[in-house]
Design a protein around this ligand. Structure first.
Ligand code: GDP
Length: 438
């Protein structure tokens, strides 16, 4: 346990690529799941249907809440490799689940992308309409720098080296174009169902041409990013549990430290709002701890605050240095693969950590290429372009007050300065906050 470094992993990939099977297999082979759980969860998985491997494998252990499937934002599971404690963030694969994936990816250090290597299936997931590209863009835009690609179902192509290499040749340049450094992309052939090359390479045909690492070896060597310990504490909440905790009358919350340090006894401000809470207990990976640092996922037991003042998306901060609530800002955005271009006045949904709010792209400031402005005040932003835009929050459908979002510039705090922009259920752009206007 001690001395191991923490990493957060998100699993992405086209529906049916084998994400649930692979995670189930990995946890089972590591001894984290019993045979009984394996069987009952396989059954459960069929009943609940697709979507999330936490659903499929019953890993989030939240009982009733899991069945209702409403209050959960991100489910997390833990496992260990020889040198790493890994927090597995649940990334459901369905199109509708992308908002949940977004908040997962915002917390992840590394992405595991599962692709289906079987005939026609890799192609289906990679071409337009497939989720492989969108997932890669999303995780990279949200700051994930390293990606491990598991080319799954190799049993269905008789462990063909040619097939494997063709897929690597198609994917690698794409991942580089999506912003991953070539050295931060790793590929490996495997079969999740039979468990080949997950913990061990026990397939003779594969051994004859592949002597690279197994999945577990690869995860054990993932680079741990530098953590912003010195910046003010920011914990965007991904879960709030009311009253049902071991600590009587307590409130429990969970989330990941984007920056800073939290200690038992700290007084924290909950933004939005003016309320202050006391940190009574800290849990890291289900063990209690005296403190936690940037990069760790925590559960905090709080006192002195009514849970009514806490919600998914609330950010816990030091009382002296709270995050600002913003209604208008300038962002540099990268436009994804979309058909209708972005114009001034485009109504969108703004995603920031676990929050999503109605907003408008109120102004197109400029288009840039390779860091230099090529056009000022453009009329439209098209697919693949990078540009500066002004984004304004707006009242939701029911009218009322304009909402605000706890944001910082990316220069001040990388993780607090990233947003995603969606329209009609599609992610249209990712952005970095450059300037706060109001
Ligand atoms: P998800 O949607 O990405 O979570 O995919 P699932 O894990 O539900 O898997 C989709 C289908 O692929 C299921 O029918 C699995 O049994 C099957 N599958 C997963 N891994 C393998 C594999 O290594 N080999 C074969 N032949 N089938 C697999």
């Amino acid at each position: 346990e001690s001395g191991k470094q923490n990493i957060s992993l998100i699993v992405v990939g086209h529906v049916d690529a084998g994400k649930s099977t692979l995670m189930g297999r990995l946890l089972y082979d590591l001894g984290e799941l019993s045979e009984k759980e394996k069987v009952s969860n396989e059954r459960g998985s069929k009943r609940v249907g697709k979507g999330s491997f936490a659903f499929a494998w019953g890993l989030d252990a939240l009982g009733d809440e899991r069945d209702r499937g409403v209050t959960i934002d991100i489910a997390t599971t833990h496992f260990a490799t020889p040198h790493r404690n890994v927090t597995l963030l649940d990334a459901p694969g369905h199109r509708d689940f992308i908002p949940a994936m977004i908040s997962g990816a915002a917390q992840a250090d590394v992405a595991l992308m599962v692709v289906d290597g079987s005939p026609g299936e890799f192609e289906a997931g990679f071409e337009r309409g497939g989720q492989t590209r969108e997932h890669a863009w999303l995780v990279r835009s949200l700051g994930v720098k390293e990606i491990v690609v598991a080319i799954n179902k190799m049993d269905l192509v008789s462990w063909s080296q040619d097939r494997y290499e063709d897929i690597v040749e198609a994917l690698k340049p794409f991942l580089v174009s999506a912003g991953f450094a070539a050295s931060k992309t790793t590929f490996l052939p495997l079969a999740a169902m039979e468990g080949i090359n997950v913990l061990e390479n026990n397939e003779d045909t594969l051994k004859s041409w592949y002597d690279g690492p197994t999945l577990i070896d690869t995860l054990d060597k993932v680079e741990v990013p530098a953590r912003p310990y010195d910046s003010p504490l920011r914990i965007p909440l991904s879960n709030v549990f009311k009253g049902q905790t071991a600590v009587a009358s307590g409130v429990a919350v969970s989330g990941r430290l984007c920056s800073g340090i939290v200690q038992v006894g700290d007084r924290l401000r909950a933004v939005p709002g003016d309320e202050v809470a006391n940190v009574r207990t800290i849990e890291v990976d289900e063990d209690s701890a005296p403190y936690a640092v940037a990069g760790q996922n925590v559960t905090l037991y709080l006192s002195g605050i009514d849970p009514i003042h806490l919600a998914i998306g609330t950010v816990l901060c030091p009382t002296s240095l709270p995050v600002r609530l913003v209604t208008r800002f300038v962002a540099q955005i990268l436009v994804f693969d979309l058909q209708t271009p972005i114009i001034a006045g485009t109504a969108v949904e703004l995603f920031h950590h676990s929050m999503n709010l109605p907003a408008t792209i109120s102004k197109l400031v400029s288009i840039s290429e390779k860091g230099a402005v090529t056009k000022k005040s453009p009329r439209v932003l098209q697919k693949g372009m990078t540009g500066l835009v002004e984004i304004s929050l707006r009242p939701g459908q029911g009218g009322g007050r304009t909402p605000s979002v706890p944001l910082e510039t990316a220069a001040d705090n990388k993780e607090m300065g990233r947003v995603l922009i969606r329209r009609a259920g599609e992610t249209i752009a990712a952005g970095i906050v450059q300037e706060i206007l109001a």
